[in-house]
Design a protein around this ligand. Structure first.
Ligand code: TYM
Length: 334
């Protein structure tokens, strides 16, 4: 078993990343032990599919590394690195880009969302983004990929690409990676719009809770979070069609480890004036220790860089081996 997953350094880590993915990364890392079974990387190659200011990209990469470590990713247990330090990601992406079909990529909803109305003006990299994502996991022959629900389609594509590659070249080179999306991981929604996911790229910082927000910021953002005027229902089905209310209740349930039903049993009939401060207490209690550790780590950027360089060295050893097999399978000389 080998788990591999990545996160883009295009802003700060937020509650959606944490509840949807990082929390599970830490649990899986701790369950798997230190033998190179858990691999986590910062997807800086993916980040530049949309223009990034170079100085900000460097800083965000360090910040995401510090935030991951603060959340419990331990470079002594897991292999932690940034993708661009392992050139084989890009090399394999080229080969797999020749396996993937245009029709498959045309179905990817993330490209449609991110390119919006300006499809012609989007970068070619944004279009082939899911092929690079497939390369990320196949390079290390991942068996399981812990992601949030929004990445499911990309993982299905990775399986299709692996299947076609193995069959075209008559090899058993790539195992089919299984997306691991625990049922207790909600798709966390924007605090301003229950129809949109909480996202690093949302221009409004009020839409998300960053792992680096202060207690006051967290309380204020939750206080101002969009809701409706009705009190909370006593049962889960009363949340139907109430996207914002459901989002807040799901965040509460995930953090407290309770079911939505149990939370509603307690808060049913109460208004958001009572529920939001209780939720804020819970969020603050979870994030405050991480926040503290994040700041300590960020004060020593050289150590972060060193941890990433060491992780990249371990990653390159495995990546080079897979590429030898790929080159031989494809028929490249040398
Ligand atoms: P990214 O950087 O958008 O998000 C990192 C992880 O956080 C999860 N996530 C969420 N989960 C629940 N609710 C949300 N609002 C929410 N927002 C983000 C994502 O599902 C993800 O697991 N393309 C990937 C990065 C990537 C990758 C990979 C992932 C590159 N290569 C290979 C897995 C395997 C991305 O942009 O994630």
């Amino acid at each position: 078993m080998r788990i591999v997953s990545g996160i883009q350094p295009t802003g700060s880590l937020h509650l959606g990343n944490y509840l949807g993915a990082i929390r599970n990364w830490v649990l899986m890392q701790d369950a798997l032990g230190p033998d190179g079974k858990a691999w986590f990387f910062i997807a800086d190659l993916h980040a530049i599919t949309i223009f990034q200011d170079p100085a900000e990209l460097k800083q965000s990469t360090r910040e995401i590394a510090a935030a991951l470590m603060a959340a419990g990713i331990d470079p002594a247990k897991a292999v932690l690195f940034n993708q661009s330090q392992v050139p084989e990601h890009a090399e394999l992406a080229w080969v797999l880009g020749c396996t993937a079909r245009m029709g498959w990529l045309n179905r990817m909803t993330q490209f449609k969302e991110k390119s919006g109305k300006d499809r012609e003006g989007a970068s070619v990299g944004l279009y082939t983004y899911p092929v690079l994502q497939a390369a990320d996991v196949l390079l290390y022959k991942a068996t399981h990929v812990p992601v949030g629900d929004d990445q499911k389609q990309h993982l299905e594509l990775a399986r299709d690409i692996a299947t076609k590659f193995n069959s075209d070249y008559g090899v058993e080179l790539f195992p089919l990676p299984e997306p691991t999306i625990p049922p207790s991981s909600p798709r966390v929604r924007s605090l301003r719009d229950g129809a949109a996911k909480m996202s690093k790229s949302d221009p409004s910082d009020q839409s998300r809770i960053n792992l680096t927000d202060s207690e006051d910021e967290i309380r204020n953002k939750l206080k101002r979070a969009k809701t409706d005027p009705e009190p909370l229902p006593g049962e889960a089905k009363g949340l139907e069609g109430r996207l914002e209310a459901r989002n807040l209740v799901e965040i509460y349930a995930t953090l407290s480890g309770e079911s939505v039903a149990a939370v509603l049993e307690r808060f049913g009939g109460q208004g958001f004036g009572a529920f939001k401060p209780a939720l804020a207490d819970l969020v603050v209690a979870h994030l405050a220790p991480m926040n503290q550790r994040f700041r300590e780590l960020l004060a020593a950027p050289d150590e972060i860089d060193l941890a990433l360089a060491r992780g990249a060295e371990r990653a390159r050893a495995v990546a080079a081996e897979t590429m030898r097999e790929v080159r031989s399978a494809v028929g490249f000389l040398g």
